[in-house]
Design a protein around this ligand. Structure first.
Ligand code: KG4
Ligand code: ZN
Length: 405
C-alpha cells in the first residue's frame, strides 16, 4: 500500500510517500518521495525551537513539500475542474482554521488530482502543540478533499520503528531483523525516553527525563560556550578533540578544574534529569569568566562524559532487570559517535547476546519516513474502524503517551 506521511511535531517539516508491504515482522518500506525541510536556522536566534515560529513555518512549507514529494513519487497529476470544485467543497468546513495553510491548500487542490495513496499517516503527538496542529489540520483537509483515511501516529513509535530498520538498498528499509523484546533509548532535542517493546504496539515507558531532554542540554551548553545552534554536533566535535588530546597527553594542564555532576546516575529508577548538569556548566562558565578555546574544549569533553555516563548507567540497569533481544538507539542525538561507541562497548562486553542497532542514515533526526512506517504497522495490526475519516474530534496531543494497541 502507499502512505502519504506528515511530520510537524518540532522544527522539521517532513512529507513522504512510502510504499509499504509485508507483515509487521518483515515489513518492507520503499521511499517513493521524500521532502524534508529543517527550520533549525530560523530558530537559531532563540537558542531553541520557538513554537509559534515553528507553526508558521510548517504552514508555509507543508503544501510545497507535499507537491515535491508527490512529484518525486510520480503521483502528481493535474486535476479536472469538476474534481477541483469537489475538493474545495469538501474543504469548506475547515477553511476558517489555519488560514494561511488552507489558502495554499485550496490553491493546490485546484491543481492536484487525488493521488493514488491508500492512507495518510500523521504525527498526532507528542511534540509542540501549535506545530502538531498544522500537520493534523493538513491531514484532515487532505483526507476530506481526497477521501483518504488517516492514521494517527505517535512520534516516539516512529523513532523506534525507524531505528529498528535496516537498509537494504538505497531507499528501501526492512524490519526483518528485529527480535523482541526491544529496548529503545530515544534521545533528541525534545525527548529522552527508555522504552521496552514486547511487540509492535506493545510498549512500556520505563523512564524519561524529568526536566531537560539530552539534546536540549547539549544545545543549551553549546549556547553558554558561544557555539552555534543546534549545538549538539559542535559540542561533540570539541569533546572529540578534547579526548584526542587527553589521550595523547599533550593538552595544556587543565585551565579549570572540571568535575561535573552525573544527575540521577545512581538512583534506582530509570528516569533522567539533565537540568542540574546544565546549571553546573552555567556556574562553571560564570566562575571562569572569559572562556578560551581550551576551556571550552575541556567543558565540552567533561559535559559529554557526564551525559554518556548517565545514559550507560540507565541502559545497564535496564538490561539487568528485563529481557532484551534488540537494543535500538533513536532521535537526533543518536548521531553522536561517542555515545554509539560507548553503548556498543557496554553491550558487547556485558550483554553479548543483544543485537544493537542504530538508525539508518537520515532516519535519526525527525522525518516523515518513520511516521509512514509506524502508520503502516498500525494499519496492519488494527481494524479499519481505528482510522479517522471525517472526525471533528481528531486533535493534536502535545503530551501524547505511547499507547498499547
Ligand atoms: O530528533 P531531532 O532532529 O529533533 C528533536 O526532536 O529535537 O534532534 C535534534 C537534536 C538537537 O538537540 C541537536 O543538538 C542534537 O539532536 N544533535 C546532537 C548531535 N547531532 C544532533 N547531539 C549530540 N551529538 C550530535 N552529534
Ligand atoms: Zn523526534
Amino acid at each position: 500500500m502507499k502512505i502519504l506521511a506528515i511530520e510537524t511535531s518540532c522544527d522539521e517539516t517532513g512529507i513522504t510517500v512510502l510504499e509499504a508491504e509485508g507483515t509487521s515482522d518483515e515489513a518492507r518500506f520503499t521511499v517513493l518521495g521524500n521532502a524534508l525541510y529543517s527550520q533549525a536556522a530560523k530558530h537559531a536566534d532563540f537558542g531553541g525551537v520557538y513554537p509559534n515560529l515553528a507553526k508558521r513555518e510548517h504552514a508555509a512549507n507543508a503544501v510545497p513539500l507535499m507537491v515535491q514529494a508527490l512529484k518525486d513519487a510520480q503521483l502528481y497529476q493535474k486535476t479536472t475542474q469538476k474534481q477541483a470544485l469537489k475538493h474545495k467543497e469538501a474543504l469548506g468546513t475547515l477553511l476558517h482554521r489555519e488560514q494561511g495553510l488552507f489558502e495554499a491548500l485550496v490553491d493546490c487542490l485546484e491543481n492536484i488530482a487525488r493521488p493514488s495513496v491508500d492512507a495518510i499517516a500523521v504525527t498526532k503527538g507528542p511534540g509542540l502543540e501549535p506545530a502538531l496542529w498544522v500537520g493534523v489540520n493538513f491531514a484532515r483537509a487532505l483526507s476530506l478533499a481526497w477521501d483518504i483515511p488517516i492514521i494517527a501516529v505517535n512520534h516516539l513509535e516512529g523513532h523506534i520503528v525507524a531505528s529498528a530498520c535496516t537498509t537494504e538498498e538505497g531507499e528501501t528499509y526492512t524490519l526483518r531483523d528485529t527480535t523482541f523484546p526491544v529496548l529503545g533509548l530515544l534521545i533528541s532535542g525534545g525527548h529522552t525516553e527508555l522504552i521496552h517493546a514486547e511487540a509492535w504496539g506493545s510498549y512500556t515507558v520505563l523512564g524519561e527525563t524529568r526536566d531537560d531532554a539530552v539534546g536540549e542540554a547539549y544545545d543549551k551548553v553549546a549556547r553558554m560556550l558561544g557555539l552555534p545552534y543546534p549545538g549538539g554536533l559542535h559540542i561533540a566535535n570539541l569533546a572529540h578533540e578534547g579526548r584526542r588530546l587527553a589521550h595523547q597527553k599533550y593538552g595544556k594542564p587543565l585551565a579549570v578544574d572540571i568535575d561535573l555532576p552525573r544527575p540521577m546516575k545512581n538512583t534506582d529508577n530509570l528516569d533522567f534529569s539533565f537540568s542540574g548538569l546544565k546549571t553546573a556548566v552555567l556556574y562553571l562558565v560564570r566562575k571562569i569568566g572569559t572562556l578560551d578555546d581550551h576551556a571550552k574544549m575541556r567543558i565540552a569533553t567533561e559535559f559529554e562524559e557526564a551525559v554518556v555516563d548517565v545514559l550507560l548507567a540507565k541502559v545497564g540497569k535496564t538490561m539487568n532487570r528485563l529481557p532484551v533481544s534488540t537494543f535500538v538507539l533513536g532521535g537526533g542525538v543518536a548521531a553522536n559517535t561517542y555515545i554509539r561507541k560507548r553503548l556498543t562497548v557496554l553491550l558487547s562486553e556485558s550483554f553479548p547476546d543483544v543485537r544493537i542497532q542504530f538508525p539508518p542514515k537520515g532516519l535519526s533526526t525527525d522525518n516523515a519516513v518513520m511516521i509512514g512506517m509506524a502508520g503502516y504497522l498500525q494499519y496492519e495490526r488494527l481494524t479499519k474502524e481505528a482510522f479517522i475519516r471525517d472526525d471533528a474530534e481528531f486533535a493534536a496531543e502535545g503530551r501524547m503517551k505511547l499507547r498499547n494497541g
